[in-house]
Design a protein around this ligand. Structure first.
Ligand code: SF4
Ligand code: MG
Length: 319
């Protein structure tokens, strides 16, 4: 398998607002994260809300400038590109948002919304763009009739199809799907997931699929990364993560999904307490305040992400 994106030691910290200079605090939203994305795969990034997965997705796209680390896309570190080259690169990396209502301009028709990427990047003549836009509508299961509509005249599922069409407009290679079905009715979710799967095959897309929902990830992803408080705690292929789970946090998340493995039903592991603040993460292993398996070592020594089995990484002293 060939690598499309290498994320290396990425750190994205935000300064907390309103703090005095002597008490500056940083939210370590992404704290030293490394992983690869292979061409044509769907990599699921999972974890509770606030764990840093959306920030990680946006930093991989170059929407934030990280405090440290690299994102190497097709051999080039995107953070060292000049503006013009970066603009070219942006065509290849797109984002599908969680809430289609919030991500589509309410004052623009669907035709204008879909023309935007062509306009921004000055691609094609008017006639070519019209043809491409009709084609995109067709690919995402919408009709030409919708082109003159406004977002509020469409259902949530239809709006998300527009968001997907917009992401596809410039023939990207990577699409970050940030909770793409979480805002949709359950009855619509499977349709949108199936559409994303069909489009992936058709256009050779690589997906970074961000979700708090491990059942959705279970259905769509080849590989999975589990995040906790800004860190990746386990990564591996689908089978590794769901059948041979190593990290106690990942075990708890997976134990909450019904029927992942009917031959081997797991008891539900309930975690106590909330996720601690990323401005003040626990010492040692960040999960030690909630971990059912913690030892004395865990509160002062930080476990590193290590390859425990080929291609299967975990950050836990017990592994
Ligand atoms: Fe739990 Fe310790 Fe492993 Fe952290 S290092 S996950 S606290 S056992
Ligand atoms: Mg999010």
């Amino acid at each position: 398998d060939s690598v499309l994106v290498q994320v290396q030691n990425l750190k994205m910290y935000f300064q907390t607002e309103g703090s005095f200079s002597f008490s500056k605090k940083y939210i370590k939203a992404v704290d030293d994260v490394s992983f690869n994305l292979f061409k044509g795969e769907t990599f699921g990034l999972v974890g509770e809300s606030g764990c840093g997965k959306s920030t990680l997705g946006r930093t991989v796209l170059g929407l934030y400038k990280p405090n440290a680390g690299k994102v190497i896309f097709e051999g080039e570190n995107i953070f060292s590109l000049k503006n013009k080259r970066m603009k070219e690169m942006r065509k290849k990396m797109q984002l599908i948002f969680q809430d289609p209502s919030a991500s589509l301009n309410p004052r623009k028709t669907i035709a204008d919304i879909l023309n935007e990427p062509f306009h921004i990047h000055q691609v094609g003549t008017m006639t070519e763009r019209k043809g491409k836009i009709k084609d995109l509508m067709d690919r995402v299961g919408l009709s030409e009739y919708h082109l003159s509509r406004y977002p509020h005249e469409m259902s949530g599922g239809q709006k998300q199809r527009v968001g997907i069409a917009r992401a596809l407009a410039l023939n990207p290679k990577l699409i970050i799907c940030d909770e793409p079905v979480s805002a949709l009715d359950v009855s619509i979710q499977a349709q949108v997931i199936n559409l994303l799967e069909d489009l992936q095959k058709e256009y050779d897309l690589t997906y970074l699929f961000i979700s708090h929902n491990l059942s959705v990830v279970h259905h769509i992803c080849n590989r999975v990364g589990v995040m906790y408080l800004g860190k990746l705690v386990e990564t591996g292929n689908h089978e590794d993560i769901y059948r041979n789970t190593l990290h106690p946090y990942a075990k708890a998340l997976i134990s909450a999904i019904p029927h992942t493995d009917p031959d081997n039903p797991k008891d539900r592991i309930l975690l106590r307490g909330d996720v601690p603040s990323p401005a003040n993460p626990p010492s040692g292993c960040r999960f030690h305040t909630r971990c059912p398996e913690r030892t004395d070592l865990c509160s002062h020594a930080e476990p590193q992400l290590k390859e425990v089995f080929p291609g299967h990484f975990a950050a836990c002293h017990l592994c």
